[in-house]
Design a protein around this ligand. Structure first.
Ligand code: ZN
Length: 195
């Protein structure tokens, strides 16, 4: 995994943990999330903000498959964002979550809500493979997922991530074609909203 040197604490940390941080009067520095949060807390007078580096947690889905979630907390003055994501070859891939919390609350409460949300999402699969050679199909009448981007052909193409797996636009289209004549409803939600 690509490691980046934090110019605050001097530690080598994964690239996803680093923010290019600075202000007009300050030079820009690459800071790990802990150093970034300490700087923001100092600048905004949030002396009690306590962010700990969260260790990855493994959570099983309804098929018994284990998913390893990594966490990054960022203090953004009036709110805290907590992100949870899986990695494949050092890159974010699969399930991804964001939750927004209050800088004044105990950050482990926010982590607790996050784990609850992850468990709830992983307890349902929207796609099914009947093993009849037709590949994946929509299991029920509802699909929840995330809008992604597919760069595999050299040009960006839309893709979606359902059940933690990336589905090309074409493949999703063919899954929909078995519902020809039916109606559908599409609602787009903020990345931190509960699906
Ligand atoms: Zn650091």
């Amino acid at each position: 995994m690509q490691q980046v040197h934090c110019e605050g604490c001097g530690k080598d940390v994964p690239g996803y943990d680093v923010t290019h941080f600075g202000s007009i009067d300050n030079e820009y520095r690459d800071l790990c999330s802990l150093c970034f949060n300490t700087e923001v807390a100092k600048l905004s007078g949030l002396d009690n903000f306590n962010s700990a580096r969260l260790e990855p947690i493994g959570i099983s889905d309804c098929n018994g498959e284990l998913h390893q979630f990594h966490f990054v907390t960022r203090l953004l003055v009036s709110m805290v964002t907590l992100e949870a994501f899986e990695l494949q070859e050092g890159q974010r891939a699969g399930y991804e979550f964001q939750m927004i919390g209050d800088p004044e609350e105990d950050q482990f409460d926010l982590l607790g809500r996050m784990v609850k949300r992850i468990r709830k999402t992983l307890s349902v699969k929207h796609l099914a493979d009947d093993g009849d050679g037709h590949g994946l199909r929509i299991a029920d009448m509802m699909v929840r997922g995330r809008i992604g981007c597919d760069y595999s052909e050299g040009v960006p193409a839309p893709s979606i991530v359902v059940d933690g797996q990336e589905i090309s636009w074409e493949k999703f289209g063919s899954m929909l074609s078995s519902f020809e004549g039916w109606q559908f409803r599409l609602e787009i939600l903020d990345r931190s909203d509960e699906l």
